[in-house]
Design a protein around this ligand. Sequence first.
Ligand code: NAG
Ligand code: NAG
Ligand code: NAG
Ligand code: NAG
Ligand code: NAG
Length: 475
Amino acid sequence: MSRSVAVIGLWWWCLVLRAEGLGVNWGTMANHKLPPKTVVQLLKDNGITKVKLFDADQSTMSVLAGSGIEVMIAIPNAELSAMNNYNRAKEWVRRNVTRYNFQGGVTIKYVAVGNEPFLTSYNNSFLNTTFPALANIQNALNEAGVGDSIKATVPLNADVYGSPESNPVPSAGRFRPDILPQMTQIVQFLGNNKAPFTINIYPFLSLYANEHFPVDYAFFDGVSNPIADNGIQYTNVFDANFDTLVSSLRAVGLGDMEIIVGEVGWPTDGDRNANINYALRFYRGLLPRLAGNKGTPLRPGYIEVYLFGLLDEDIKSVAPGNFERHWGIFKYDGQPKFPMDLSGQLQDKYLIGAQDVNYLPKRWCMLKPDAKDLTKLGENINFACTFADCTPLGYGSSCNTLDANGNASYAFNMYFQAQGQKDTACGFQGLAMVTDQNISQGNCNFMIQIATTSSSTRFTQFFGATLFLLFLSLL
Ligand SMILES: *[C@@H]1O[C@H](CO)[C@@H](O)[C@H](O)[C@H]1NC(C)=O
Ligand SMILES: *[C@@H]1O[C@H](CO)[C@@H](O)[C@H](O)[C@H]1NC(C)=O
Ligand SMILES: *[C@@H]1O[C@H](CO)[C@@H](O)[C@H](O)[C@H]1NC(C)=O
Ligand SMILES: *[C@@H]1O[C@H](CO)[C@@H](O)[C@H](O)[C@H]1NC(C)=O
Ligand SMILES: *[C@@H]1O[C@H](CO)[C@@H](O)[C@H](O)[C@H]1NC(C)=O
């Protein structure tokens, strides 16, 4: 083989890899965040080529610059109404999109306008502001001359569509009647701009929401009673849900629209169905299907998918459930939780963990073994758990088998770590003490937090980011 053929072959191979890479959601709702630079290296080390963000934070964008990683940036729901003003939308695009659009900049592919804005729990708060925001952002992208390569889309939750109870099959899928006018407007606009529909699909939530939901149907190993629909046998809820969307799109005349799965995954703690075994089973079914471009019965072929999520996020709202803080394919510190082969080859190996993570010293906070007056224990535990993450203590979770003293130590330690191991954070009215013994028990890990950036590296980062921005403003 001649050298040039080899080079072309390599180039082609890279293109294929790039086109078909798996994406991940990078959320940052954590008490002590890994440095963005460490996270980008983690993505690279594991061959992850696409990332979906929930904002457009400068510190994240500056480390993604030059990485070649494709990025979906986002406008939070709280900013949707502001984007109803076209000049404001243009400003957003100028400051958060076009400024990064140069050789060695950030490869932005999508702008997510809002995040699941039509969730029923939001009480229609974003019902009338989502479409105008979407239109303004795409129009601003078009006006800036980047609309061909950067598309605005709205990540929606799968509760925007469904099938009637009388005929619960994917082919009967329709958008929710109460939001049909808004959905139709959005879908037609996406179609006109060749932008994709973005949907978040959660088999875990199907199981969580309904105790009679057949467990096997959440996974991909086959079921004894498939759903029969026009000659198609549906054996898992992912396919059924995705195809319910395809039918809903068909019903509004846009059945061929591109669909991106913006979020899919399985949490590992915080509920009886959120554990390593189920997560392992879910991903061992999902990943080979994605790698094999199997698609769904109504949409065979490649689907662009973003796993949820990259890292655990210990200050996420637990309104939907305690599992919310445990979606990471990596732990809070960037270390893998279970074997996972992103290439879908089912090799029994672990992902590469984050490198050079700085931890706080090996010091834990615990209930004093000789504490006598325990009358104030309850209120101190409550205090700790208000400001730190105690979700692993709940029913069905990793620390649910601790005894009352273990519970207290767990709560005290989480607070102590969240506070960066400040001495004053292990007082609890004289009930607590610091120990250098690892007091973890069984599967219940008493964690050591990662160190937040020291002042010197913070200075370097600040300085680096300032230089980067200065450089941008010169362009
Ligand atoms: C850039 O995006 C972030 C996240 O949406 C937002 O908070 C910020 O206001 C944007 N900047 C401008 C100038 O619009
Ligand atoms: C939606 O309404 C419910 C019930 O009235 C209320 O408890 C909840 O806080 C509201 N949520 C939002 C986001 O406004
Ligand atoms: C949205 O707009 C419709 C039509 O103008 C109006 O009837 C409805 O009250 C609005 N809903 C909200 C939540 O603002
Ligand atoms: C430990 O805490 C959890 C969560 O608050 C609670 O459900 C459990 O009953 C507690 N266990 C004991 C032994 O107190
Ligand atoms: C503490 O022990 C647990 C369980 O043996 C282990 O998984 C964890 O890594 C240890 N923590 C530290 C900081 O050494």
